[in-house]
Design a protein around this ligand. Structure first.
Ligand SMILES: Cc1ncc(COP(=O)(O)O)c(C=O)c1O
Length: 371
């Protein structure tokens, strides 16, 4: 299988550990292990766990964890939840299971590149559903209708979206699912940032709660601040999950017992974790908004969900050049829009620790003022 270079991952890998102010991070201020165990009141966690034999554990994920994940949906049976190595493995598993050469796969873009590069690698004909700033970085239903053809196997969404921070609302999501249903296609929705909303009223159901051929992918990395556990999940209808399981046997067997046991401790506290994290993103969003209002060379379509924003820059150079200068001159790290084929933009993560964001933004301001 030929595959395109994953531009964001290459960029992160190259620089993220060599900078002082990392504003490229997409996760919401990850817990320390100590901080997490305190947060969930399980300081005694290792007293029990240290006596467990380190076997393969539960192949599909521990029952406690799958039940906790299923509870985050309106109508998901725990047996239709598979625990995966992050959302990244869940996405891969879905494409590996569903996409065949010659299928049409319609994907939003800009988005997390895996969502169209992997189906392309599996031989799909990719049609891009353009997200444009003038449309609030949201999909155009008319373009979607034009893209649908007799071979459409899957429509791929990312809701909330990385890098744009846009959120497809329920009526639009329902329209997309109706279009998919007419052609018997799946709707794969990467919902890694689900649960983070700038306006608390803006909640949107998961695709699996409104469409039988919906495939939802979730993550412990972003909204739940447990990135280092490297866990996520996938859920869909029973038959589709069975297909996922047949493929997952070849890539995963099971996930780490320790990681799953820790993630399971989070489940009774999901509401409190989301409360913590929504407070962080909402306060930081405000800081970012105030900052952009005072930066003549920047503007944005305000993100409404998630923890990332895609900022338009009006500097006469490509974002990749600008970001490299920022690294070398200010030890400050952003993701250039070049990684999303849009060199006029910069991606910033605003789920960071407030102080870090504040100091990092000052560095960017000084850099822009000196241009
Ligand atoms: C939209 C999206 N999906 C999936 C992932 C991968 O997440 P995980 O850490 O759960 O593998 C990311 C990470 O940045 C992402 O932004």
């Amino acid at each position: 299988m030929k595959v395109d270079e994953f531009l964001v991952e290459r960029w992160m890998n190259e620089y993220e550990h060599n900078v002082e102010y990392n504003l490229a991070e997409t996760c919401v201020d990850p817990f320390t292990l100590f901080g997490f165990l305190n947060f969930v009141g399980r300081q005694d966690f290792f007293d029990d766990f240290k006596h467990k034999q380190l076997t393969y554990g539960h192949i599909e994920g521990t029952p406690k964890l799958r039940e906790g994940i299923a509870d985050m949906y309106r109508d998901v049976d725990p047996k239709n939840v598979l625990v995966t190595g992050g959302a990244i493995e869940a996405n891969f598993n879905s494409f590996y299971s569903v996409v065949e050469p010659g299928d049409t796969v319609i994907s939003v873009a800009p988005t997390y590149q895996q969502l169209f590069s992997v189906p392309k690698g599996f031989g799909a004909n990719i049609k891009i559903l353009d997200l444009k700033p003038e449309n609030g970085w949201l999909p155009d239903i008319e373009q979607l209708k034009e893209h649908v053809d007799g071979k459409t196997k899957m429509i791929v969404l990312n809701n909330p979206n990385n890098p744009c921070g846009s959120l497809i609302d329920e009526p639009t999501l329902r329209s997309i699912c109706e279009i998919a249903e007419d052609t018997d296609a799946y709707v794969h929705s990467d919902e890694a940032y689900r649960g983070l909303y700038i306006d608390p009223k803006d909640t949107v159901p998961s695709v699996v709660d409104i469409y039988d051929k919906g495939i939802a992918v979730g993550s412990f990395s972003k909204s739940f601040s447990l990135t280092g556990l490297r866990l996520g999940w996938i859920t869909s209808n029973e038959e589709t999950v069975h297909q996922f399981m047949l493929r997952r046997d070849y890539t995963t067997i099971s996930k780490s017992m320790l990681d799953e046991a820790l993630a399971a401790e989070a489940m009774p506290h999901i509401d409190r974790i989301l409360e913590r994290n929504n407070k962080i993103v909402r306060e930081n969003w405000q800081m970012l908004d105030d900052w952009i209002n005072n930066e003549p060379l920047l503007d944005w379509v305000k993100p409404t969900a998630g923890s990332v924003a895609f900022i338009k820059h009006h500097v006469d150079m490509k974002a990749s050049e600008l970001c490299l200068k920022l690294i070398y001159e200010k030890s400050t790290f952003l993701v250039p829009g070049d990684c999303f084929d849009l060199p006029g933009y910069l991606r910033i993560g605003y789920g960071n620790n407030k102080k870090l964001l504040e100091v990092g933004l000052k560095q960017v301001s000084e850099f822009l003022a000196n241009l």
